[in-house]
Design a protein around this ligand. Structure first.
Ligand code: ZN
Length: 687
C-alpha cells in the first residue's frame, strides 16, 4: 500500500472527469461581457491549417466542423429576439453537447492515439475549443439571457442547471470590465497551453536505465527477466514505465538498482517541467486575483464539497493526526526488517519501502506477491470484472463491433433489460507515447433520447503481448477502480442536460464510487469467481485471508504518503507563487508528511501530473475515500454481491450523475449524512 507509483495511478484515475470539469468550467467560465455585437463572427475566427498526414487531417477536419457548429450556435444567441426559457436552456445544452464531445475526444486522442501527428492535431483541436469555451463563458449576451430566466417555472434539474450556470458565469468574471475580461480570456488560453506542455513533457519524458548483468535483477520474477533480455550491446534496458518500474521496486534485491531506478523515475520530465510548472502556478495566481480571489486554491475549492483551502488543510491535518501513530509504528517495523539486511541502517529510504514492505508481507503475513500473481492472467481478470458487474447490477456486457484507434483496443457495449445503455473501449496496455497511468476518459455524454454514453479506459497493464500475461494484485485493484468510473458514466447517461450526465458530480466526490469498488478485489468469494492459475486452480481462500491481513500493514504509511501529495498540491496554489521555491517547498512537505523523507536531488513534482489537472485539489482522493469507506459499510452489512443493495446504490448514487449535491446522493443511499467513523475504524484496525 505504501507504493507511490500505484498510488499515482489510482490517483490519476479519472482524468476524464477532470478534463470535463475543467472545460465545462471553462466554458461556463464566464467572463467577457461581450455584447452581441462584440461576439466575433465566425468568418473572423482563425483559419485552420490542416496537416499533410492523412489521419491527422481527417481528424482535424472533423474537429473544425464541430468548431464551426459551436461558433454558429454561439453567434446565434446575439440574434435572439424572443425565446422561451426552456428553449434557451435547450439551445445552451445543444452547444454543450458538441463542446463536450469534441473536448473529450481531443483529450483522449492527445493522450492515446498511436499516430503522433493525430496526438498533436488533438492538442490543437483542444486549444481551439478551449478558446471558444472562453468566449462562451465570457458572453454577456448569454449571461443576461440566463439572468432573465424565471426559475420558479423550471423542474428541479433545470433549476439546478440555471443556478450552476449563473454561479459559473459569476466565477468567470462576467461582470468585470472589458480590459479585465480580455486578460482573463488570454490567461485561460495560456493556462491550457502551459498545462498541455506540462502533461506532454511528462508523457514523453519517460527515462530508462541500463543494467549490465542479469545478476542485478536477482529477486525479480522469471517472466520479468525473460522479458528483459540484454540487447546487442549486452545491456538490459529498464524504463520508467509502470510495468518495468514497479516489479523492480517491489522485488529487486539489489538496493543500488532500486535507488538508481527510483531516482530516474522521480526525475521524469525534469528539468523541463520546472519552469513550466512555475509558469502555470503564476498564471493561475493571476487568474484568481483578477477574479478577486486571494489565490488559486480559494478559487478552485469554492465549488467543491470542501468549499475552501482552509477546510482542505484542516481535513489534511485531521487525517494526518489519525494516521500518524500507526504510520510511526509501521515505519519502525520496516526499519527493523531493513536492519536485518543492513545492520547499520538508521532509516528506511523511499526506494526501500516497497521492497521491505514486500518482504514483511511475505514473512509476517505469508503474502508473496509472486505467488499471488499466478491467479491473475489479464484475460481472466477482465472477464471476472465483467461478470461481477453483471451479477451486481443485472446488466450484460458484449463485444461491440466498431473501429478503434489501435488494433489492441477492444470495444464493448452494456445492456440493461436487452437495451444498450452505453458503450466503452478498453485500451489496456502500454504503447510508445501513450498516457502513462490509468484513467477513464469520457468520449460522449449519455443524453436521454439523444445519444448513449461512450467512454474509454486507458491503462498500462501487462497482457498486451499475451492475454495470459500475469497482473499484480495491485493492477487488478486499479482495473476495478477505473471500471468503477466507467460504470458511473454508463449508469448516469439518462439525463437531459450534458452538465449532469456521467461523472460530472462535485470533483471531490467523483473518486468515491471507484474507491469503494476496490474493496471487491479483497473479497474471497468475488476472487474465487475468476482468479485462476494456469492449471485452473482457484485462488485459495486461505491465501486471500493472508492478503487481507497483509493489506492492513502499511495503511498508516500509505495514508501519510497521500497526505504528502495532497499538501503539496494545496500548498503550491494557496499563496502567491513568487514566494514559493518549488524545490524547497516540495522537499519540506515530503519531509513533513512522509516518514521516508525527501531524497536529495529528486524532483518528483516535474512528473506529478495532477499539479496540472487537479491543481490544488489532490486532497479529493482522501476526502472521497472517507465517503467510500462509509458507503462500503452498507455493502458489508447487506452482502457485497447482493444485487438488491447494488441496484439501490446504482439508483441513488450513480444514476443521478451531477443532478444532486453529492452529500445528498450519499445520504439518500445511507439514510443519514456521511461520517468519518468507518474510515477512522479502518485506520485504527490493529494489525
Ligand atoms: Zn479514480
Amino acid at each position: 500500500m505504501a507504493d507511490d507509483s500505484f498510488t499515482i495511478h489510482k490517483i490519476s484515475a479519472h482524468m476524464s472527469a477532470a478534463f470535463i470539469c475543467c472545460f465545462l468550467t471553462a466554458c461556463q467560465h464566464p467572463n467577457s461581457a461581450k455584447t452581441a455585437a462584440q461576439v466575433t463572427p465566425p468568418t473572423q475566427r482563425p483559419a485552420w491549417e490542416l496537416p499533410e498526414d492523412a489521419d491527422a487531417k481527417t481528424y482535424l477536419a472533423g474537429c473544425e466542423t464541430g468548431f464551426k457548429q459551436v461558433a454558429a450556435e454561439l453567434d446565434s444567441f446575439s440574434t435572439i429576439k424572443s425565446i422561451t426559457d426552456l428553449a434557451l436552456l435547450d439551445k445552451l445544452n445543444k452547444m454543450d453537447l458538441v463542446l463536450d464531445k469534441q473536448l473529450s475526444t481531443a483529450g483522449l486522442y492527445s493522450s492515446v492515439h498511436p499516430n503522433k501527428n493525430v496526438r498533436s492535431a488533438a492538442e490543437e483541436c483542444e486549444q481551439h475549443f478551449v478558446e471558444i469555451n472562453t468566449d462562451i463563458s465570457l458572453s454577456r449576451t448569454i449571461y443576461d439571457q440566463l439572468k432573465g430566466v424565471d426559475q420558479t417555472k423550471l423542474n428541479a434539474e433545470d433549476k439546478r442547471y440555471v443556478e450552476h450556470l449563473l454561479r459559473d458565469y459569476h466565477r468567470s468574471g462576467v461582470d468585470k470590465d472589458q480590459v479585465t475580461r480580455d486578460r482573463i480570456k488570454k490567461l485561460s488560453e495560456e493556462i491550457n497551453l502551459v498545462g498541455q506542455q506540462f502533461d506532454k513533457n511528462y508523457r514523453e519524458g519517460g527515462k530508462q536505465i541500463e543494467v549490465n548483468s542479469v545478476k542485478e535483477l536477482k529477486g525479480l520474477p522469471q517472466d520479468y527477466i525473460d522479458h528483459h533480455k540484454p540487447n546487442a550491446a549486452g545491456k538490459i534496458i529498464i524504463t520508467t514505465d509502470t510495468p518495468d518500474y514497479m516489479p523492480v521496486m517491489q522485488y529487486a534485491e539489489n538496493d543500488a538498482l532500486r535507488e538508481r531506478l527510483y531516482r530516474t523515475y522521480r526525475d521524469m520530465a525534469y528539468p523541463e517541467n520546472k519552469a513550466v510548472l512555475e509558469n502555470l502556478m503564476s498564471k493561475r495566481y493571476e487568474f484568481a486575483q483578477l477574479l478577486d480571489y486571494p489565490d488559486y486554491a480559494t478559487y478552485v475549492t469554492e465549488d467543491k464539497m470542501i468549499k475552501s483551502p482552509k477546510n482542505a488543510q484542516e481535513f489534511i491535518d485531521k487525517v494526518s493526526a489519525l494516521a500518524t501513530p500507526r504510520a510511526q509504528q509501521e515505519y519502525q517495523v520496516l526499519l527493523k526488517r531493513l536492519q536485518k539486511i543492513d545492520p547499520k541502517a538508521t532509516r528506511v529510504n523511499d526506494w526501500q519501502k516497497m521492497y521491505i514492505e514486500q518482504l514483511i508481507k511475505k514473512e509476517k503475513y505469508q503474502v508473496d506477491a509472486q505467488k499471488i500473481r499466478q491467479y491473475f492472467p489479464f484475460a481472466k481478470v477482465q472477464q471476472g470484472i465483467f461478470d461481477l458487474t453483471q451479477t451486481m447490477f443485472g446488466v450484460t456486457i458484449r463485444p461491440w463491433q466498431t473501429e478503434t484507434w489501435d488494433p489492441s483496443v477492444k470495444a464493448f457495449e452494456i445492456l440493461d433489460n436487452n437495451q444498450v445503455i452505453g458503450r466503452f473501449y478498453l485500451d489496456m496496455h502500454p504503447r510508445d507515447g501513450k498516457y502513462k497511468h490509468a484513467a477513464q476518459f469520457g468520449i460522449q455524454s449519455g443524453i436521454k433520447g439523444v445519444q448513449l454514453p461512450i467512454a474509454a479506459l486507458v491503462c498500462n497493464f501487462p497482457g498486451g503481448e499475451n492475454p495470459n500475461d500475469l497482473m499484480e494484485h495491485n493492477d487488478v485493484e486499479t482495473f476495478l477502480h477505473e471500471f468503477g468510473h466507467l460504470l458511473h458514466t454508463m449508469f448516469s447517461g439518462n439525463h437531459e442536460r450534458v452538465a449532469f450526465s456521467g461523472t460530472k458530480t462535485e470533483w471531490d466526490f467523483v473518486e468515491a464510487p471507484s474507491q469503494m469498488l476496490e474493496e471487491w478485489v479483497w473479497d474471497a468469494d468475488t476472487l474465487a469467481s475468476f482468479a485462476r492459475n494456469e492449471k485452473g486452480e482457484v485462488i485459495p481462500k486461505e491465501l486471500v485471508n493472508k492478503m487481507r491481513a497483509g493489506r492492513d500493514f502499511g495503511r498508516g504509511l500509505w495514508t501519510k504518503h497521500q497526505l504528502f501529495y495532497a499538501a503539496t498540491s494545496l500548498n503550491i496554489y494557496n499563496k502567491n507563487p513568487s514566494t514559493i521555491d518549488i524545490d524547497k517547498t516540495t522537499a519540506e512537505i515530503q519531509a513533513a508528511y512522509s516518514p521516508f523523507g525527501y531524497v536529495d536531488g529528486t524532483h518528483f513534482y516535474a512528473s506529478f501530473g495532477h499539479l496540472n489537472g487537479y491543481s490544488a485539489i489532490y486532497y479529493t482522493y482522501m476526502w472521497s475515500l472517507v465517503i467510500a469507506s462509509d458507503m462500503f459499510s452498507e455493502f458489508e452489512k447487506e452482502g457485497l454481491r447482493n444485487p438488491k443493495v447494488a441496484q439501490r446504490y446504482r439508483a441513488t448514487v450513480l444514476a443521478p450523475g451531477g443532478a444532486k449535491d453529492a452529500a445528498n446522493l450519499v445520504s439518500d443511499f445511507l439514510g443519514r449524512p456521511f461520517s468519518f467513523d468507518a474510515f477512522a475504524k479502518n485506520l485504527e484496525k490493529a494489525h
